[in-house]
Every structure is written in structure tokens, then in C-alpha cells.
Design a protein around this ligand. Sequence first.
Ligand code: AQP
Length: 343
Amino acid sequence: MPFSPRVFSGIQPSGDLHLGNYLGAIRRFVPLQQTHDCIYCVVDMHAITVWQEPEDLRRRTYEVAAAYIAAGLDPSRSIIFNQSQVLQHAELGWIFNCVARVGWMSRMTQFKDKAGKNTENVSLGLFAYPSLMAADILLYKATHVPVGEDQKQHLELTRDIAQKFNHDYRKRIRALGLDETFFPLTEPVIAGPATRVMSLRDGAKKMSKSDTSDMSIIYMTDDADTIAKKVRKATTDAEPLPSEVAGLAGRAEASNLVGIYAALSDSSKEQVLREFGGQGFGTFKPALAELAVAVLSPIAGEMRRLVGDPAELDRILRDGAERARALAATTMREVRDIVGFVG
Ligand code: AQP
């Protein structure tokens, strides 16, 4: 039986949300509501794989939920909740820890980047992060996961876990009369001109919550002057913009800014270069800043309003968690039976 199309994605409340999170993920979540059942999660259990001050974690959990809604997610249509309210994520995550292989985890570039030379001293949770991520997705038998480019490898691992579970337990799955493809092989949805937004100061580095240089990041809550200043000071070369995308080769910073403009205007790099080709950054940067402010400012205003009403956010997250729990319980009843747990 084919799986009905269902979208799952999540963001960690581990730092202030930035333009990369917005363009690579949140903005792309919104139109999927028209075509799919969607589940959008604030993955607070992932956030604690590195140390989080408890008060910051709570504040940021509300902020991510507020960003979702301010950007256009509709809690009556999509399921919006924080991961830790649905215990089945941890339960399936544990089972997947027993399906996934240590060698698979050791190859994850995000783990290597985050652990650096400190592999002996990072949390065990950071190492197992991708198997919890697989649980987040497969608990709902999600078929599509919109993410930025940096998550591609974790999505491949999710498919590996699904495949190994389906294979290892195939006899039992068959004996129970369940579909042999018990978990779907989920598709990553990595599309558009800004799947990897780069730092404004270094075109070789991803814009990231954990970057310590503020000037390299546009935060979703930056005010208009701050956005304009950061765009003005963004590192670029001295050449005018090319008229064709091929002319961006070897010009990482220029390519990044053009991609940002394209994503913010729902167009493509080709279209942006048709408009700005031959012009210098003296013209392009103010146009980009104006566009970024026009898109981000109303969202930031709405985020502030929502964060000021935590009771309403609590209500939305509780309601979402209840709906998520109902779906998760169905999957886990079957999984427990497949694995051979009693009770
Ligand atoms: N620079 C980026 N460009 C495009 N998409 C991005 N995403 C993150 N950075 C960029 C996408 O945002 C979603 C949320 O990711 P996450 O919170 O799970 O953590 P992450 O991928 O590790 O993102 P950060 O912001 O860079 O956090 P830290 O600094 O903690 O690593 C994902 O869909 C991601 O692809």
C-alpha cells in the first residue's frame, strides 16, 4: 500500500533563528500546507545534545513556535508542537539506536564538525542525533522532509534505518499481516535558490546559529537598520554582477547574495541576474537590504506579539502535541508488536 503524502520537519531551539533557517526551511514549509498533511516540530530534545541553559531553551522553544506561525504556518491546518511533549520520539529513537550501526553515525559530517577534536567529550546524544531524527520522521511515516542542504546526509541515514528495520523484521512484519514496507523511504525536499545560505563574511561557511560573529548572520528578529548594516558590510568582490548564472562560478559571496535575493523574492538566480546583471554591489546591496527588511520585518513583529502571549503558544503546542501523540501511538503499537515487546 503506498504511503499517503505527509510532511515532517523540525528546527532546534538551540540559538536565534537566522535567514538560513528561514529560507532553507521555514519559508518552504508554508506552501506545503496546501498540498500535504504537515507536521512541524520544535525539536527541543535535539537541542540538548549540546548544553542549553534551561531558561534559554524554554524561551527559544516559544520563539521557534512563534516563527513558524508568524511565517505563515496555520496551527489549525498543520500540527505544530515541541518534540519533548510526545514521548514516542524517545521510544522509537531508542529502538533505532539498536537498528543503526556505530559506523554509520561515525561518518556523519555534522557530528564531526560539531565534535571537532573533542569526540571523547561530547554527549552521547550528539552522536546518536541522527537516529532520533529518523524517529521524528518515521514515527509519522512521513514521506517528505523539507530541509536545507546540510541535512541531506541525515536524511540518507533515515532511509538506511527505515530499510534496515523493514529488512531485519520482515518475517515478523509479514506474520502480523502488515505492509512489508513498514516504514517509507522518505524523500528529502531540498529545493530552491537558497538551500545553503552562507555566512555574510565568508562565502565558504554556512550561516549557522552557533557562529559567534553576529555580522555574518541576519537574524529573523533583526531590525531594519541592523539588516541594512549587515548587508552593506557583507564581504563581496569588486566585479559587477554577471548577467548569467555561469558567471557566478568562483564567486561564492556574490552567488550567496543573489541566491538570498532570489529566495526572498520567490524567483530564481537567473531572474535576479536578468534584472541586476552588469550592476555593482553599490546598487544591488541596497536593493537586497530593502527586500530583506520588507519580508522579515512583518514576521519579526508578529513573532514579538506571539512571544508576548505564551499562554496562547502553550495552547497551540499542547493541541499539536495531542494530535501528534494520536498518530505516534498508532505507529508505536505496531512497532512494539513487530519488535516483540510484551504489553
Ligand atoms: N545556512 C543555512 N542555509 C539553508 N538552510 C539552513 N538550515 C540551517 N542552516 C541553514 C536549515 O534550517 C533547518 C533547521 O536546522 P536545525 O535547527 O536542526 O539545525 P542546523 O541544521 O544545525 O542549523 P543551524 O542553524 O546551523 O544550527 P547549528 O548552528 O546549531 O548547527 C534545517 O532544515 C537546516 O537544513
